[in-house]
Ligand binder design. Structure first.
Ligand code: FAD
Length: 494
């Protein structure tokens, strides 16, 4: 296969990110996007991981200044979990549980206590509602251990403008695929135009028009681990609430709820299992918890968790929901899209746009394993959350399949939050690291057989350090202050 032209089906986040990445990395390619004005986009997906800024600002070298001005994001340092027996715990992107301080015998995870629910700069900032250190000149000291909260329509607008700048053509038409021996032969518009390309990116969302429907690639369900299949979404216009530098993930009767912080809007969504609660009861529970959501401004979104057996088949590559989906408990969908589109671009670059069967096979192995890896990490969130005693959570604790997380859980149960096993138990595509698992296992107070009896000196050191961290965090900048500083004429962009 020689790839000179690419048609992307769909202009949700996945399609636009695919088109933008491919055209930016391979400018000689002819890239076109086809989208249906009738079907529209899913319009959710507002929390990212730290992979997102790396993809756009380091890999694609796009201007952060334009992104901030047009997408109007806020910063996310991690997730505050209202989960398990503790009142809460923080999951940051800074790998704090595995760090080892020279003054202490063991890594940080062994010293975690409810008294100080922070282990380093990122979590102490989250605990004190701060996002960046304050420089003597009053401007924020930006760092890279953050992700974003972005309203979906603003992200889509920013992506679309970048695509147009690069000369990518966007065509409005609801198309039907025509198949041939090579896979897809053409996308046919209602007026009969046949849109053809060497490679088709299927970003048609859950419809999976090309990969799933036209080519019939089987779907591998994650339902034995992830029981949720719907979300009721609705938020409210912000008044004087502080803008938290984190997403909240809160245990609910038949699932969990997110809270995502935009500058002028608070977005709440309850992800639930329709086998355990009806849409009406889920909506009622959501509104009870969030009385500020206007009752007529909620909507239910349905989804299925899983992935297709292969993601690149013949001349079709699925990206985004058309390829696979897991619920946004770690807000990973945009991250997966970044990984999928960058590995596709790198595959084309490395093969000089003539991808070989072994390269396609490698692409499939890497990216399907990346999906499975996220499922396995989420399994730990469900299996050990003892916060509520409802039918849903009893079933989760009894029945959630851990898959490859089983080895990590066994190791933890025997050895505690030790990092020795680290990379040996993780898949190469894993972005959470052993630290992510430790945050969830220690955070949920999962018992283990090797508690560390810290000496009096160690405990004194830990206490003093924790108090110093708290004092340091209090001098940091809130999200609101950092947003004001961002718009200051004194800010110099590198
Ligand atoms: C409840 C929920 C919450 C989520 N929260 C997060 C989050 O916090 N963080 C995160 O990273 N992700 C999140 N996601 C996932 C995220 O929203 C999606 O992965 C992301 O938006 C990508 O969607 P998409 O582009 O694949 O699909 P869509 O947005 O559905 O786009 C599909 C595109 O295909 C086009 N199309 C389909 N069929 C045709 C056709 N026949 N002809 C022409 N065009 C066609 C449509 O018009 C549209 O443009 C969430 C998802 C759900 C369901």
């Amino acid at each position: 296969m020689k790839v000179q032209s690419i048609v992307v089906l769909g202009a949700g986040s996945a399609g636009l990110m695919a088109a933008l990445t491919l055209k930016r990395k391979l400018p000689h390619l002819d890239v076109r996007v086809v989208r249906s004005p009738d079907i529209g986009i899913i319009g959710v997906g507002e929390g990212t991981t730290a992979v997102f800024p790396r993809h756009f600002f380091e890999y694609l070298k796009l201007s952060p200044q334009t992104f901030y001005a047009e997408a109007e994001p806020t910063w996310k340092l991690g997730i505050k979990f209202l989960w398990g027996p503790r009142s809460h715990f923080f999951y940051s992107f800074a790998f704090e549980f595995e760090k080892r301080l020279p003054e202490l015998a063991r890594n940080n995870g062994f010293y975690y206590s409810d008294e100080f629910p922070w282990l380093g700069n990122a979590s102490v900032y989250m605990a004190h509602d701060r996002c960046f250190p304050r420089q003597p000149n009053g401007l924020p000291q930006f760092h890279n251990n953050h992700a974003f909260h972005i309203e979906n329509h603003r992200l889509a607008g920013w992506l679309e403008r970048r695509c147009l700048e690069l000369g990518i053509v966007l065509t409005d038409a609801t198309v039907r695929p025509e198949t041939g021996p090579e896979g897809i032969a053409a996308l046919v518009t209602p007026s009969g135009e046949r849109i053809t390309a060497d490679l088709y990116v299927d970003s048609s969302g859950f419809r999976s028009e090309l990969l799933g429907q036209a080519l019939g690639v089987p779907f591998v369900s994650y339902a034995d681990t992830l029981f949720c299949d719907r979300a009721v979404i609705g938020g409210w216009v912000r008044t004087d609430e502080p803008i938290h530098p984190y997403t909240v993930a809160e245990t609910m009767d038949a699932g969990w709820a997110w809270q995502i912080e935009h500058e002028n809007f608070i977005n709440r969504g309850y992800v639930y299992s329709s086998s355990f609660i009806s849409d009406d009861d889920a909506r009622a529970e959501h509104l009870r918890k969030n009385p500020r959501i206007p009752a007529d401004k909620t909507r239910v979104v349905r989804f299925r968790a899983g992935r297709h057996q292969q993601l690149w088949v013949k001349n079709v590559v699925g990206i985004g929901n058309a390829a696979g989906f897991v619920e946004p408990l770690e807000a990973t969908a945009l991250q997966v899209i970044c990984v999928e589109v960058s590995s596709l671009a790198d595959s084309l670059i490395d093969s000089v746009c003539e991808p070989t069967p072994t390269l396609v096979d490698l692409y499939n192995r890497y990216n399907t394993a990346a999906w499975d890896d996220i499922r396995d990490f989420l399994a730990v969130h469900y299996r050990f959350n003892t916060r509520l005693d409802t039918p849903f959570w009893r079933a989760a604790r009894n029945d959630v399949a851990l898959h490859r997380a089983e080895g990590i859980v066994d190791f933890y149960r025997e050895n505690g939050p030790s990092v020795v096993a680290g990379s040996a138990l993780l898949h190469p595509s894993n972005s959470f690291g052993m630290d992510g698992y430790l945050a969830m296992l220690v955070g949920q107070a999962v018992p283990h057989g090797k508690p560390w009896n810290a000496s009096a000196n160690e405990l004194r050191y830990w206490r003093e350090r924790s108090l110093k961290l708290a004092a340091y965090a209090q001098t940091g900048m809130t999200v609101k202050e950092a947003l004001t500083a961002l718009r200051s004429p004194n800010l110099k962009w590198g």
